[in-house]
Design a protein around this ligand. Structure first.
Ligand SMILES: CCCCCCC/C=C/C(=O)SCCNC(=O)CCNC(=O)[C@H](O)C(C)(C)COP(=O)(O)OP(=O)(O)OC[C@H]1O[C@@H](n2cnc3c(N)ncnc32)[C@H](O)[C@@H]1OP(=O)(O)O
Ligand code: NDP
Length: 293
């Protein structure tokens, strides 16, 4: 199989560390952002960048030491960061945290980033496995958004739902997660419509393959060595910094007419040959009989 490769000048360390911070300093001063999944990976990078741009950021996640690490990473000269430990699937707990964190400040930006899944073909996913992934990636997003609405409406805030590239095309091994993300996309468009008169904007931001420090080594290697060259036409992963800058742009005045959108930040992965997140697919015993080809 031919593989996708990056342009020679866009590969390697220099490209990885290139500064993508194009937004003006203190652009978000005086704003309050709530970010779920704030203790690692994409969510952590978003928190660090929003604080750098002057925002007060409330982070939510389950792992206290991870959230503490985000608190250590953010600078202290611009905005500020505080965190609450919670499972976003615990409706009562997450509602109470959002109200407590936002009663005084309101909310200018809500980033639903907490999420994830395991990779399995559909017939290896139990009812409970399907439910667990939908609970995390769809139901919890609804709970957070519905509690945040009253605070977002105060000044006309923005919601960014972090999704997955390829939600409109399907990918092997992701039936549960893509079903949930398709639900989030439909919810995004519906709420963009229902809440436009309140000045609330709602968008999905869908990264392609992101190899953050938080991924276990075996998953990171599989993404780097197989998934990227086989599935991403640009031949390289999406850096977390690119996602963070895009989130801040959407929240800024320059994003004020962007709503109801699926924005894929994926090096054209959604147009590539599709993502296979499980090995040995299709299974040999289920392939067509050669004699019938
Ligand atoms: C071009 C497009 C690019 C796309 C690239 C894709 C790369 C994406 C990467 C990411 O999303 S990075 C984020 C990575 N982080 C995570 O995924 C962590 C979050 N995930 C989880 O917490 C779990 O996967 C969870 C299932 C969502 C929730 O875990 P929870 O603790 O609530 O559930 P469990 O009790 O462990 O299990 C529930 C249920 O699920 C079954 N199950 C779990 N793992 C597997 C598995 N590997 N295969 C099959 N089934 C699994 C488990 O057995 C339980 O079911 P029952 O046994 O009770 O029936
Ligand atoms: N990495 C990738 O290639 C891609 C990732 N994405 C999506 O981006 C988002 C961030 O992923 P990424 O940074 O890569 O991975 P991480 O695993 O680093 O981030 C997921 C975050 O969500 C938090 N989280 C998970 N479950 C819960 C829960 N039940 N309650 C509260 N917080 C929770 C985790 O923290 P804790 O465990 O402490 O609660 C963690 O900080 C996810 O939605 C992911 O699916 C999209 C495209 C590609």
């Amino acid at each position: 199989m031919r593989t996708y490769r990056p342009h020679p000048q866009q590969s390697g360390r220099a490209w990885e560390v290139a500064d993508v911070k194009v937004l003006q300093p203190l652009l978000l001063a005086g704003t309050h952002a709530v970010v779920t999944g704030a203790g690692s990976g994409i969510g952590q990078e978003i928190c660090v960048r929003l604080v750098e741009l002057g925002a007060t950021v409330t982070g939510i996640g389950r792992n206290e030491s991870a959230l503490q690490r985000t608190a250590e990473l953010v600078g202290s000269e611009q905005g500020s960061f505080r965190w609450f430990s919670a499972d976003v699937r615990d409706c009562a707990q997450v509602r109470s945290i959002i109200s407590e964190a936002s009663a005084e400040l309101g909310i200018d930006l809500l980033v639903n980033n907490a999420g994830g899944q395991f990779y399995a073909e559909a017939d290896q996913i139990s009812d409970n496995g399907f439910r667990a992934v939908v609970d995390l990636n769809l139901n919890a997003v609804f709970t957070v958004i519905s509690e945040a609405k009253q605070f977002l409406a105060r000044r006309g805030g923005s919601i960014v739902n972090i999704s997955l590239s390829g939600v409109e095309r399907g990918s092997v091994g992701l039936a549960h997660s893509l079903a949930a993300r398709a639900g989030v996309l439909a919810m995004t468009k519906t709420l963009a419509l229902e809440w436009a008169h309140l000045g609330i904007r709602v968008n999905c931001l869908a990264p392609g393959v992101v190899i953050s420090d938080s991924l276990p080594d075996d998953i990171a290697s599989s993404l780097r060595d197989h998934v990227v060259p086989e599935s991403v036409p640009a031949g390289r992963p999406t850096p977390t910094a690119d996602v963070a800058e895009f989130v801040a742009f959407i929240a800024s005045p320059a994003g004020r007419m962007i709503t109801g959108q699926l924005l894929q930040i994926d090096g054209a992965a959604h147009l590539g040959r599709g993502l296979h997140m499980v090995d040995e697919w299709p299974p040999a015993e289920e392939s067509c009989d050669e004699s019938r080809r």
